[in-house]
Write a protein that binds this ligand. Sequence first.
Ligand code: PEP
Ligand code: MN
Length: 346
Amino acid sequence: MIVIMRIGCSQEEINRVMNRIEDAGLKAHVPFGDERIVIGLAGQVLPGLRDALELLPGVDQVIPISKPYKLASREFHPQDTVVELDGVAVGGNDIVVMAGPCAVESEEQLLVTAQAVKAAGATVLRGGAYKPRTSPYEFRGLRQAGLRILAQVGKETQMPVVTEVMTPEDVELVAQYADILQIGSRNMQNFVLLDEVGRTRKPVLLKRGMACNIQEWLLAAEYVLLQGNEQVILCERGIRTFETYARNTMDITAIPIVERLSHLPVIVDPSHATGKWYLVPPLALAAVAAGADGLLIEVHPDPDVALADGPQSLTFDNFRLLMSQLMPLAQARNRKIAMPRARIKP
Ligand code: PEP
Ligand code: MN
């Protein structure tokens, strides 16, 4: 971080800034500059210090140089992180498609969906057992029974499974059934939950908060990394803007930005980003074109009767069509769609 002093500031004001920096346990570098005095400081700068310095007399601007997130940043970890699942890797050259219903409704519903998405080329099965719903009157998931179905169907179809965990207390239970722990958009800044999934050694799929900027998102990832869990997959799922036609606005810009700022893989969920099934294929294609490492897509055997998110769910036919369109786009980026591999786990 550097502190730029006002033109004509006094020596006393400069000393005050230097003392304030040293009181915080950091090293202030000898001021330099002819016309302007600029003071450099090294070490981990907590946000409060920046505000305090900016308010001192004689200070013009305080400019951060390093990112406030260290572990998530490319500055300190230039090579890409590849999250290895049993049978598939996220963040490598292959684009991983995760698909399945919004909510696990029954064994039959999940099994037919898993078979259909796998046959079309998906490698990870999604399905919610604990559902965060805007209205408490909506279907909130089968809970542990849903987890059991998910793990069973995942085993039967040889697909790793991803499912949401909503509270710190549920992490241990959900981790017994899931291959990837999903943190939902509404919980991206639930810091105790982030700590708790950080203490597991399960991959974490961290959705972007619907009203959070990229820095806040990467700081949320930092919480998980700081607990020693390095397997974080970021997921852009649309943010709130003034546009109301789609459920959210998919922030396609976030994909190359995150790729530049962070070594963590980034995937896209065009289902929640749009809320409308016919918008899902074009945005899934756009995400791959922009460099996404994977997709998370809602698919249902009969979207009209789905208990959650039917309007944004693809039918099996539409999912197959999308998969056939994704392949040439992946090739254009010198990538390919991940193929299902045999799992090692029985
Ligand atoms: C989901 O994936 O089912 C979900 C609820 O997503 P989000 O947290 O992005 O709304
Ligand atoms: Mn959903």
